[in-house]
Design a protein around this ligand. Structure first.
Ligand code: ZN
Ligand code: ZN
Length: 395
């Protein structure tokens, strides 16, 4: 997955950035937000020998922006496009797909407010997901407004919550006062009907945020990227503004988010930048992406399993396998001489196709190719083989 992501990042002209695992605690308190679960409950924070407070990075965006400011990356030409991959640390309750040391693949594009950048970042995310073989995922999209329009929405939300928060969970009751926007983030089942009935931020977007959001949607439609608008989608982090997105996948249950991202136009300033440095980024939960891909049928990387019958067929199969591999296909050649055992193995490996090769096939110059999903068998020439094999690759 990391190899696929690197390839996609290269195509979109992103360069790798490696930030330290440890940062000053203050960076995350300011960059991630004081009232977030991450900062209040989940960070691994400890005192260094000189009494200063250090924290194992719970996410990378704040660190990337710190590096951007500290090393004056704003002086470089164009939008700064940076990607990262590596371990992050949060003291959460370990569960399926959630670990205290977990892995993220992410990217940030800093230096532009343009909706074109938003669309390109989302397109890049979709390319990575397709590239690793994820299917049946949903892209959820929203705009969370800006400092000009969000306060009006938050005020309306606060007002609406006055009447209903009494019947909500403890976190919601607290947040309805401290940070009403985060109420929308609540995962408690009983609270959902109440949350659904709250005012929508999309009715409050200002004359800048409205057209920006419309443009992002238009650019995504131009790219034939399907998305669903979710007005309740707010990120857990305070610095997000305007475009916000998430990708969910059924295999992960209620905590079904594979990745989240969005625009954070005010973050650099809140971390001490004197220059306005709007940005947009995302981070993929790598552990959860692995789980999702594994849960998808046909997500195997094996295009073809070849079972040769006899010595002559083995030699022929060896050359055929080499040639197909050179053409970029993933091919397994049975070491097992007994056909029944070989076919059992092909099944277990989840091969998309199998090819049984005997003297008759070699003499005739055609191959009996079996599609393991449909069970159909076709007689194909060597020339047709590549086309057949790549046509059914789910990408
Ligand atoms: Zn606005
Ligand atoms: Zn709640």
């Amino acid at each position: 997955m990391e190899a696929v992501a690197r390839e996609v990042f290269r195509a979109y002209h992103y360069l790798e950035i490696r930030t330290p695992l440890l940062e000053e605690t203050q960076l995350f308190a300011r960059g991630v937000g004081q009232d977030t679960d991450i900062v209040t409950k989940e960070m691994y924070t400890f005192e260094d020998r000189d009494g200063s407070s250090l924290t194992l990075r719970p996410e990378a965006t704040a660190s990337v922006i710190r590096a951007y400011i500290e090393h004056r990356l704003d002086q470089r030409p164009g939008v700064q496009k940076l990607y990262y991959m590596g371990p992050m640390f949060r003291r959460e309750r370990p569960q399926k797909g959630r670990y205290r040391q977990f892995y993220q693949i992410g990217a940030e594009a800093i230096g532009s407010e343009s909706a074109l950048i938003d669309a390109e970042v989302i397109e890049m995310v979709v390319e990575i997901l397709r590239g690793v073989g994820l299917q049946d995922f949903a892209l959820l999209l929203n705009s969370v407004g800006c400092p000009d329009c969000r306060p009006r929405y938050v005020a309306a939300l606060r007002e609406a919550l006055k009447d209903v928060s009494g019947g909500m969970c403890e976190d919601c009751r607290r947040r309805s006062v401290t940070n009403p926007l985060r109420v929308l983030d609540c995962k408690v089942e009983a609270d959902q009907p109440i949350i659904e009935a709250l005012p929508s931020i999309l009715d409050y977007l200002c004359e800048k945020c409205g057209p920006h959001f419309a443009a992002v949607q238009q650019y995504l439609r131009d790219r034939e990227i399907r998305f669903e608008i979710r007005p309740r989608l707010v990120r857990g982090l305070d610095y997000y503004m305007r475009t916000t997105f998430e990708v969910v996948h059924g295999a992960l249950g209620a905590q079904n988010s594979v990745l989240g991202g969005g625009r954070y136009d005010g973050l650099a300033e809140s971390l001490g930048s004197k220059i306005h440095s709007p940005g947009i980024g995302f981070s993929i939960g790598e552990d959860r992406l692995v789980m999702s891909v594994e849960a998808d049928e046909d997500a195997t990387g094996l295009d073809l399993f070849i079972a040769p019958l006899g010595e002559a067929a083995q030699r022929h199969a060896g050359i055929l396998a080499r040639d197909l591999r050179r053409e970029g296909l993933s091919v397994e050649l049975a070491a097992e001489a007994r056909l029944k055992r070989a076919m059992e193995l092909a099944n277990k490996l989840g091969a998309r196709h199998t090819l049984i090769l005997g003297g008759d096939e070699i003499a005739a110059g055609s191959y009996a190719l079996k599609d393991m999903r449909s069970g159909e068998q076709h007689s194909v020439t060597r020339e047709e083989l590549h086309t057949r094999l790549t046509a059914s690759v789910p990408k």
